[in-house]
Design a binder for this molecule. Structure first.
Ligand SMILES: *[C@@H]1O[C@H](CO)[C@@H](O)[C@H](O)[C@H]1NC(C)=O
Ligand SMILES: *[C@@H]1O[C@H](CO)[C@@H](O)[C@H](O)[C@H]1NC(C)=O
Ligand SMILES: *[C@@H]1O[C@H](CO)[C@@H](O)[C@H](O)[C@H]1NC(C)=O
Ligand SMILES: *[C@@H]1O[C@H](CO)[C@@H](O)[C@H](O)[C@H]1NC(C)=O
Length: 488
């Protein structure tokens, strides 16, 4: 890959030099790097993991300063997200938008900086389950951020996108050619797509065949994978043999109805979880992800866009995030192609040069010890302890369909105790449980059920204090702005 400093690119792109030097876009596999983990790897360890696996594109859900700093000088292209909770502020105050761009984009686009290429304004803001609360906040935020990028001289280099969930569109009879955006979104989508088109931005969509399967017992299993199906969908002269192509073309048709047949598409999230629910297992995750990678690499495209695969595909996701909400389901903490500690869960060729995934190097683990239920103790009063432990620590593998579902009652208790103990960084008090817990040096893992050992987390405190500081500066800034306006 050619490494060019973004600043140079901005200057030279006018002379078309950049376009000559940067290899022409070929569909590339990137990854989502979410950080809602109770055991965070050092960001520099994760960046090494990306580089070792030749992953050159990463999508972030927010502008975490520790993460962006670690990406500086790596040559990895970054899509940086703005959480939905910030849309209201950024859409209502151009000063806040300027400040966001200055602090979270401009500051990194320097020589040896982070190569930010996209700003994702909101994350699935039109999701049905948000009941429309973010719908009207998107365009004002997009407008303000775009103006801020223009002011910062970055609008030619950093493109705005709005990652949408596939539930933004639908089709009657499940025929891709009948794809339309949800009727209540027609107006906003028309405006958004117009903006994206005039700005040279792609449409970003998140597609999840796993959720189709999980939510709908009648969904044909084999249609989710890329291995042929006994339930092909025939749509005129087109035959669909996998859910991905069908879903993608539904979007292509929906964009076409708005007059944007050719709009480039990026897959912002796609993947398969490996644990925590029926259908979420290592085999299925490997088959899906490998099938997807080969399908994309074949450059075959889809029936409505033959020979034109999506611009980029960001796998969801790099690492398991053990602190994510389980509201969508217990699988939600198990989407990683690597476990929380950067160890590959299964064999996968990402099509980027290595035949296999390479594990994270130099991971600093806590000592090899675990907390389990004392063998002799009376466990009748243990239920509450377990509940409390599992309300803060991750116990999702214990559920039906999970890798630890069959380890028995005592196994369940030990698993919960250990999860809590590791979350508390093996603090000796955290294995108390009124005398029911004890520390062991023998790995209690049983079969596929893995009892984890935490990693040493050095980054946690610095980043939280930094966020607080940033907010104070912003508050000050906004106040000065008001004083300025009032004095006019
Ligand atoms: C930059 O992004 C971070 C992470 O989302 C956020 O906490 C911070 O407030 C942003 N900075 C500004 C000035 O908005
Ligand atoms: C894994 O999931 C797949 C598809 O979701 C399912 O067909 C298969 O039976 C599961 N395998 C196991 C061992 O549970
Ligand atoms: C262990 O816990 C899981 C999740 O709560 C439950 O489904 C399972 O039945 C439990 N096993 C036993 C033997 O109690
Ligand atoms: C992080 O901060 C909290 C409270 O501010 C403190 O209790 C804790 O010990 C700190 N952890 C580390 C690893 O420094």
């Amino acid at each position: 890959m050619l490494m060019l400093q973004p600043r140079f690119c901005v200057v030279f792109s006018l002379l078309f030099l950049c376009w000559v030097l940067v290899p022409m876009a070929e569909s590339a596999i990137g990854v989502n790097w979410g950080t809602l983990s109770s055991h965070r790897l050092k960001p520099s360890t994760v960046v090494d993991l990306l580089r070792d696996n030749k992953i050159s594109k990463v999508k972030l859900f927010e502008a975490d300063p520790d993460v962006l700093k670690a990406l500086m000088g790596s040559g990895i292209q970054v899509m940086v997200g703005i959480p939905n909770e910030m849309l209201s502020l950024l859409g209502s105050s151009s000063v806040a938008a300027d400040f966001w761009v200055r602090q979270n984009v401009s500051a990194y686009i320097t020589k040896g900086g982070a190569d930010i290429r996209y700003v994702a304004v909101g994350n699935e803001p039109f999701l049905t389950s948000y009941n429309g609360q973010f719908v009207n906040l998107v365009l004002p935020a997009v407008t303000n951020i775009q103006q801020s990028l223009v002011k910062a001289n970055l609008a030619g280099y950093v493109k705005i996108v709005v990652p949408c969930n596939a539930d933004a569109y639908e089709s009657s009879g499940g025929l891709p050619s009948q794809g339309v955006f949800r009727s209540e979104l027609t107006q906003i989508m028309t405006q958004l797509v117009q903006f994206l088109n005039s700005n040279g931005s792609p449409f970003v969509v998140n597609i999840y065949p796993f959720l189709s399967l999980y939510d709908n017992g009648d969904f044909p299993q084999d249609y989710a994978f890329f291995q042929g199906t006994s339930h092909a969908v025939t749509d005129g002269s087109n035959v669909y043999t996998n859910a991905f192509d069908g879903n993608y073309d539904t979007l292509v048709a929906a964009l076409g109805k708005l007059g944007y047949n050719q709009m480039p598409i990026i897959i912002g999230e796609i993947g398969w979880p490996s644990d925590g629910a029926v259908g979420a297992n290592i085999t299925a995750a490997r088959v899906f992800n490998q099938g997807l990678v080969y399908h994309i690499a074949s450059n075959k495209g889809t029936p409505l866009r033959p020979n034109t695969p999506p611009m980029d595909v960001y796998l969801f996701e790099l690492l398991d995030e053990g602190a994510k909400s389980t509201l969508p389901g217990n699988f939600e903490r198990h989407w990683g192609i690597f476990s929380f500690d950067g160890q590959a869960k299964y064999s996968l060729n990402l099509g980027l040069g290595n035949k296999e995934l390479r594990n994270a190097r130099n991971v600093e683990y806590l000592p090899s010890r675990w907390c389990v239920a004392k063998p002799s103790s009376d466990l009748t009063n243990v239920v509450n302890h377990m509940k409390i432990a599992c309300s803060v620590a991750d116990c999702t593998t214990l559920n039906y369909g999970g890798s630890c579902n069959e380890i028995g009652e005592k196994g369940n208790i030990s698993y919960a105790f250990n999860s809590y103990y590791q979350l508390r960084m093996q603090d000796s008090q955290s294995c108390e449980f009124d005398g029911l817990g004890m520390v062991t040096f023998l790995d209690p893992s049983i079969g596929d059920c893995h009892f984890l050992v935490g990693v040493i987390d050095k980054g946690l405190n610095s980043s939280s204090s930094q966020t607080t500081y940033q907010w104070w500066v912003l508050v000050l800034f906004l106040n000065l702005h008001w004083i300025f306006l009032l004095s006019m």
